[in-house]
Ligand binder design. Structure first.
Ligand SMILES: Cc1cc2nc3c(=O)[nH]c(=O)nc-3n(C[C@H](O)[C@H](O)[C@H](O)COP(=O)(O)OP(=O)(O)OC[C@H]3O[C@@H](n4cnc5c(N)ncnc54)[C@H](O)[C@@H]3O)c2cc1C
Length: 462
């Protein structure tokens, strides 16, 4: 008889886990996700800046996970968006995993072209960055585009269905219990409560599902440790400002140590000719960005984040990040805050009138002009102002008064589940993968942790 495996989360981690496991016919694989199917995950009004506040949020939930409506930039390095070398303890294996994830995306329709600049252009950018005391990290990337990512995800899902993987969508996991031998997963669908008993459980809830699911699993005795949280803003500039660097790298990563506090600040998730978008969490809002291959805006945006680590007496970086997100949401009246960089620098609020007068037209309209310094702590605001001014030496124009900042942008990978190299937790047969359990921060790395977890089960059952 086949052993039952329940996967919570149909994001890259859950899907690639199912993909690897489906090579064996020893398992009955069931994927639960609280979101919708790819074809029903539409967020068209968001492009024009209005959010329908779908429940569950189509940006974050459903087949393909939060990666599904994303820009679909595949960072083809094991040390960006996670640390596969540390997880596997094997550099060769880490690179092989990236290749494996990439080849699956390619088989399902990701574009063949790899984005990387000419060597002289890369060197020139590196020189400029070094002169400004900034580290530029060159990464080979593949760009699927928000408009094609759903097509690729659909192809993966259809392939999995031919392998008898069963998807139960709009299935919100409410509780997890353990009996003598098995895990029992309770989920609600259309107001009915169901349960599935399985020999193996894999938790891949992504960032949005993390707090709830982790609390469930922690009750069972899961061992975890706190990791840093990244807190900051989404920066939006005219596309011409980013163009020179985009020609070198589609999603350029700059690492900066701030002048006053010596804190780590980084750029992340650049969307050239893209759109800023709202993320709707249960109790707060956040911002993110996406760009499409066929529909372009006149702007570019990127996340600008300052890393926070807490030690004593509180280590809980996740709660810290969420508290800040809640303050920003409160100040924005339920919408993200928007502010011109010049207003933040001068310690004054942006008003609708000031935003209207700005050289840049915001791509996210459902926002509240306000003062980000009222929501983010002084230390973080100082880090962001100083570092954006420094980045202006490499990307002239990003430090302009009219640059738009949206808040809160929070990447909370705060709680990491302690796992072995097979992604198995201290609870036997409970495997974890992806962003929600602190093991990754991007599509490729989350998918790779899913593959590692599947390899773990296959090894255990061989
Ligand atoms: C707008 C946006 C743009 C992005 N752009 C990029 C990019 O270009 N490149 C890149 O590498 N990364 C990008 N990212 C990040 C990337 O999407 C994530 O790193 C990746 O999707 C994480 O994969 P995951 O499987 O761990 O989690 P997720 O993709 O978040 O998937 C988790 C799934 O679990 C489900 N779930 C959670 N809780 C429950 C529950 N209780 N019951 C049932 N189901 C549940 C959710 O509905 C979700 O579908 C972007 C993210 C966003 C939001």
């Amino acid at each position: 008889m086949k052993k039952k495996v329940v996967i919570i989360g149909a994001g890259p981690a859950g899907l690639f886990y199912a993909y690897e496991l489906s090579k064996s016919n020893k398992f009955e694989v069931i994927v639960l996700d609280r979101g919708r199917n790819v074809d029903n995950r539409k967020c068209p009004l968001e492009i024009r800046g209005f959010c329908e506040n779908c429940t569950p949020c189509n940006v974050l939930h459903g087949t393909g996970g939060s990666g599904c409506l994303s820009d679909g930039i595949l960072n083809l390095r094991p040390d960006i968006g996670g640390d596969l070398e540390e997880l596997t303890g094997d550099t060769k294996k880490a690179f092989k995993l990236v290749e494996k994830v990439d080849s699956i995306f390619l088989n399902h329709g990701a574009p063949k072209k790899i984005l990387t600049g000419e060597p002289e252009m890369i060197e020139d950018l590196q020189r400029k960055a070094e002169a400004a005391g900034i580290r530029f990290i060159q990464i080979p990337q593949r760009h699927i585009g928000s408009d094609y990512t759903p097509v690729v995800i659909n192809s993966i899902k259809k392939y999995l269905e031919t392998k008898d993987v069963k998807f139960i969508l709009l299935a919100d996991v409410k509780k997890i219990e353990k009996n003598q031998n098995n895990y029992v997963t309770f989920y609600s669908k259309k107001n009915e409560l169901y349960k599935i008993e399985s020999e193996f459980l894999i938790a891949a809830p992504g960032r949005a599902g993390s707090p709830f699911l982790m609390s469930q699993i922690k009750k069972l005795g899961l061992e975890t440790e706190h990791k840093p949280v990244d807190i900051g803003v989404r920066v939006e500039v005219p596309k011409v400002v980013m163009k020179p660097v985009i020609e070198v790298n589609r999603d350029p990563k700059f690492h900066i140590y701030s002048k006053t506090y010596d804190d780590f600040v980084r750029t992340f998730c650049t969307n050239h000719e893209g759109y800023v978008m709202k993320e709707q969490y249960d109790e707060y809002v956040g911002v993110n960005g996406h760009s499409m291959r066929d529909i372009k805006s006149q702007n570019s945006n990127f996340a600008f984040l300052s890393k926070v680590t807490l030690t004593s007496p509180v280590e809980d970086t996740t709660s810290y990040g969420i508290s800040i997100a809640k303050i920003a949401t409160l100040l924005g009246g339920g919408k993200p805050l928007i502010q011109r960089f010049g207003d933040l620098r001068r310690g004054r609020r942006s008003t609708p009138e000031r935003i209207r007068r700005s050289n840049i037209k915001p791509t996210l309209l459902s926002t509240t002009p306000g003062d980000i310094a009222m929501a983010l702590p002084y230390r973080l605001v100082t880090n962001l102002i100083e570092s954006l001014e420094r980045l202006d030496n490499v990307l002239p124009g990003v430090g302009s008064d009219s640059t738009l900042l949206y808040a809160p942008e929070i990447k909370s990978y705060g709680l990491k589940v302690i796992v072995d190299s097979s992604m198995e937790s201290n609870l036997p047969n409970l495997f974890v993968a992806g962003d929600g359990v602190g093991l990754s921060r991007d599509i490729v790395n989350s998918a790779a942790t899913g593959i590692l977890a599947a390899e773990g089960i296959l090894k255990k059952e061989s």
